[in-house]
Design a protein around this ligand. Sequence first.
Ligand SMILES: C[S@@+](CC[C@H](N)C(=O)[O-])C[C@H]1O[C@@H](n2cnc3c(N)ncnc32)[C@H](O)[C@@H]1O
Length: 246
Amino acid sequence: MTVPAESIFFDLWSASYDRAGLQEATNRPVHDAVLERLGDARPRSVLDLGCGTGQLCERLRALDADSRIVGVDLSDGALLHASGRSGGDDATPGDDVAAGAGAGPRPIEFVRADAQDLPFDDGAFDLVICTQSFHLYADQVGAVAQVHALLAPGGRFMIASVATVTGFGDDAIRRATALAGRPVKAIPKRRLRTLLDDGGFDVEHQGRIPRLGLVPWPVLTDATRRGSRARPAVSSAARGTRPRRR
Ligand SMILES: C[S@@+](CC[C@H](N)C(=O)[O-])C[C@H]1O[C@@H](n2cnc3c(N)ncnc32)[C@H](O)[C@@H]1O
């Protein structure tokens, strides 16, 4: 598997991503909010989409050592850190990595894949979580369709992503970040609600997550999969067609 150009930034960032100050200020509040929202629910199979260095996967495993937890990311660097955190010693860039093999809690599975083209069976998961990653997806409609297909009926999709307050803010951030070669789609929460509704989800909750920093607070969206709809074989981004703008 070749290294996708868009993962190189996160390969480099992953080396310092787990630094204590950064964690406390930016990532921990987001993970706390997701776990608080999860409450006593203990889904049997969880996918952490854009799992980064695997912090949330590890906290999920601490909640339930027997559930299947899979972390997916594009970045080899992030996955190597994730595997190391979980006790794996056989992380090989380009391979799927099963971390922490042996007795004890069920090993977390780390898989390199693109959120817009996920290599899992339909209905394989009860819960998909996506923290601080969704705003990076070029084809957000395609990613939602992928998640819809691999969730079991009634499954949950929790997104905690940077979200502007207005569409103007979204456009401004998109234009500014496009100049740097990586457009960020920090869609306002109403647009995300519509996107999920169109993609076959009922949105149960949306709320801002207070944290330090200058960028708008992330929005936590909790949605339930309804109905059935086939996953597209190839996302619109992969086909090179223009994704529907939200
Ligand atoms: C800001 S980090 C967030 C990591 C982690 N979820 C957290 O909350 O700390 C964003 C992650 O999304 C991953 N990512 C970006 N685009 C992706 C894509 N299309 N498919 C899978 N992962 C992607 C990056 O490699 C990076 O590890």
